[in-house]
Design a protein around this ligand. Sequence first.
Ligand code: FAD
Length: 407
Amino acid sequence: MRDIAIIGGGASGLVAAITAARQGARVTVFERQSRIGKKILVTGNGRCNMTNINMKREHFHTASQKDCFLPIQHKDVEMTLDFFKSLGIERLVENTKVYPASEQASSVLDVMRMEIERLDINVRVDTKVIKLRPEGTKWQVWTETQEKYTFDRVIVATGGLAAPQLGCDETGYGLLKKLGHHQVPNFPTIVHIVSPTKYCKMMKGMRFKSEVSILVEDKVCRIERGEVLFTEDGLSGPPIFLLSRIAAESFAKKQSCKIHMDFMPDHSKEDLVAMIYERIGQGNHKNIEELFVGWLNKRAIMAIIKQADVGSPLAPCENLEYEMVEALAQSMKQLIFEVHGTRGFKFAQATVGGITLDEVNLETMESLKVQGLYLTGEVLDVDGDCGGYNLQWAWSTGFVAGEAATL
Ligand SMILES: Cc1cc2nc3c(=O)[nH]c(=O)nc-3n(C[C@H](O)[C@H](O)[C@H](O)COP(=O)(O)OP(=O)(O)OC[C@H]3O[C@@H](n4cnc5c(N)ncnc54)[C@H](O)[C@@H]3O)c2cc1C
C-alpha cells in the first residue's frame, strides 16, 4: 500500500486525496489553515461555479507550448460531475455554468469531507509544510513545527497567490523551486480593473451591458460582451474579469493600457447619428442631457457628453452641429478608460503564472525534475477564464495525480 502526502487541502488536493484513497493508498493531507477547503466556500459568490459545460481549450492560458488541456480531456466535465454525483451533488446548469443544485458551495466541501472520513484519510490541519526532500525511493516532509514524516509519493496542491487571506502564499512555489522547478511570473486575474478616468466615479454603482475592448500599446488584445459594473476606482463584472489578466500583465510590464467601452454594440456609429437626429426632431425643446433620457442610463449620459466635448449639457439640443452629433455617437461607441492595473491578489480569484508546465508530465502530473512528486491545480502556470474553468483545472489535475501517484 502506497503512503501518499498531499500538501494543501484545497480543491485539487482534496480530489487527489479521495482519488488516491479510493485506489487503496494511505493518504495524509497537510493543510496550513485550521480547516480544509476554505477557498471552495467562497467560490461563485458562495454558490460554487464548479465547472462549465462549454469546456474548450481556448478558456485556458499558459506560457508553455504544452497542451494544458490534456488533463481536462482525460478527466473531463462529465467525469467530474459523475464523481460529485457519487458523493451526492446534483447539478444545476445556468447558461453553461454548473453549480451544485443546493446552490451552496459549502455542500461541495461537505460531501468531500464525508468521503474523506469514510476513506479514513488522515487530515492534519494547522500544519504548514516547509520542506520536501527525496531520499532514495522515499520522500521526507517537514512541517513548520519541525515534525518529519516519510512517504512514498508527494502531491503538491498548494494553490496560487489569489486571495492570500484564504491561506495562499509563496511557500508552495518555494518548496518546488528548491526541488529544481521554475516559476513563470505571477499576476492576479479575474479581478476588478483599476481606472483613474473620472467617468468611473461619475457612473459609480451603474451596471450596463456593453462590449468592452482592452488595448495594450493601442492594439486591441481582447473583446468581451456582458454586464459591466462601474465602481469608485474602476470597472468590474464578468467581461472585465475576462480582460483583467491582460490589464495586470500590461501594468507589470509598464505598457500603456486602455479600455474602450461600446454602449451600443448592435448599432453602427452611422445608426447612432441617425437616431440622435430622430430624437432631436421629436424633442427639439430639450437640452443635450435631456435628449438622452430614456435611452441611456442617466449616469452614463454625463460621461458621454463630457467625452464628446460638445459644451454645456444644458445647451439646447437643436443647436448641435453635425460634428457634435458625430462626437456624441462616437462617445457612445467608444468611451475611453485609462487602465492602471487591477485591485491585486487580495481581490483576485485566480493567478496567472506559477510552476512551468514544461517541467511536468501532463499525462500523470508527475514532475519531470524529481520522481514521485506530483503537482496539481493553481500552483501550476495555468489560469482559466471566469466561469468554472479554474475549478475544473483543479479537479482534473487532482484526479490525474491522485490516480497516477497510486500506481
Ligand atoms: C473569491 C474566489 C471565488 C472563486 N470562484 C470560483 C468559481 O466560482 N469557479 C472556479 O472555477 N474558480 C473559482 N475560484 C478559483 C478557484 O477557487 C481556485 O482556482 C481553486 O481553488 C484552486 O485550487 P487549488 O487546489 O489549486 O488551490 P486552493 O484551493 O487555493 O488550495 C490550496 C491549499 O493549500 C494550502 N496550503 C498552501 N501552502 C501550504 C503549505 N505550505 N502547507 C500546507 N498547506 C498549504 C492553502 O491553505 C489552501 O487551503 C475562485 C477563487 C476565489 C478566491
